[in-house]
Design a protein around this ligand. Structure first.
Ligand code: C5P
Length: 234
């Protein structure tokens, strides 16, 4: 599986998203549609981006009882998305149900990955707010192992945890990693962050980059910089 940069299109409308992508001079980056854009525009934004030739990661992070998630995934399976996700905290049973719901009648399905711990969560908040007292890396590795047992394709985690996930689940198990910033950027609300070059060295399969590209003066140049650091450089 080739490494790639996924741009988080965290915009409030299709209009803003398409205007942003129009700045990419003929290039068709892999894009992520999150809750904001999907709740604003619904399935039509997925269709429009697919028609324009983009690969689409639909980041809706489902988390509910297994039957509900299974049925919701069956609806998402009718969209031509390339990747979608759910929260591993929903349990193995929920993840298995999701995989079954997402699988189309012909046996095909988009990639399905599980969010481990959000990259905005610190060790301290995990301990005090949600009473998980194990080290972050152990929690992420356990959630990844659960996702693998449920037949999923990979996890969302911080690049800092990619080595532990690959160690626990094998190199073929995907790590999709947000929490990426250039060395000279602000962290924003993210906690477990690193640079594209470091994410590559740590073995991430995909980096998800939002504000470092969408907020840049020249988004195309920032995207190229990500590609250069993450995909091209040694
Ligand atoms: O702007 P920034 O690069 O921080 O954007 C990161 C994107 O990745 C956001 O769209 C966020 O919702 C998403 N994400 C994340 N952490 C996760 C899963 C998804 O930051 N664990």
């Amino acid at each position: 599986m080739g490494k790639d940069v996924i741009i988080a299109c965290d915009f409030e409308s299709a209009e803003k998203t398409l205007a942003f992508l129009d700045r990419f001079d003929g290039k068709k980056p892999y894009v992520k549609i999150g809750m904001e854009l999907y709740y604003a525009e619904g399935p039509s934004i997925v269709k429009q981006l697919k028609e324009r030739g983009h690969r689409v990661f639909l980041d809706l992070k489902l988390h509910d009882i297994p039957n509900t998630v299974k049925k919701a995934m069956a609806v998402l399976s009718t969209l031509k998305i390339d990747m979608c996700n759910l929260h591993a905290a929903g349990t193995k049973e929920m993840m298995e149900a999701a995989r079954k719901g997402l699988t189309r009648a012909d046996g095909t399905r988009p990639l399905l990955i599980a969010v481990t711990q959000l990259t905005s969560t610190t060790q301290e908040r995990m301990e005090t707010d949600i009473l998980i007292e194990k080290p972050m890396e152990a929690v992420v590795s356990q959630y990844a192992a659960n996702a693998k047992e449920a037949g999923l394709d990979g996890v969302v985690c911080s690049p800092l945890e990619s080595p532990a996930v690959h160690h626990a689940c094998g190199n073929g198990f995907l790590t999709v990693t947000p929490g990426v910033r250039f060395a000279d950027d602000e962290k924003g609300d993210q906690a477990r962050v690193t640079t594209p070059a470091r994410a590559k060295a740590l073995g991430s399969d995909y980096i998800v980059v939002g504000r470092s590209i969408t907020g840049a003066q020249d988004p195309e140049a920032a995207y190229e910089r990500c590609l250069k650091e993450f995909v091209d450089s040694i």
